[in-house]
Ligand binder design. Sequence first.
Ligand SMILES: [Zn+2]
Length: 132
Amino acid sequence: MQSQVAHQIERTSLEDEISTEATFDADELSPAELRQYRARNERMVVVPQIGADGNATGLYTVYSQSGKKYLVDDMGDEKCSCKDMKHRSPDGGCKHVRRVRLLIRETALPAAGEPVEPFFDSDLSEVTSSPR
Ligand SMILES: [Zn+2]
């Protein structure tokens, strides 16, 4: 909610924005916006856990660019084993939960109960791609 208040400023015109070639500073972002930015832009590899039936269990291992690995549970309320979730449990989840949801929405990453096979057939480019 804080971010909405912070952004109730006069609408900037696109002309001003272009002419100043606005630079990006992460400090401008609210905590929620920063999580979303990181969820989309940081290097993470997400691997779904496979149940005995060959379908995704709703648990995902997230390998982060910091070299740590987290477990995200996307069943019901968002859960992740990271400190952000443990200490702050932000609305909409930590960057790992957000990444899992982005990938479910935008790629072949299976949601809980969906078959895992199409993901491993189609999405290994993300696992093997080099850093940006
Ligand atoms: Zn997390």
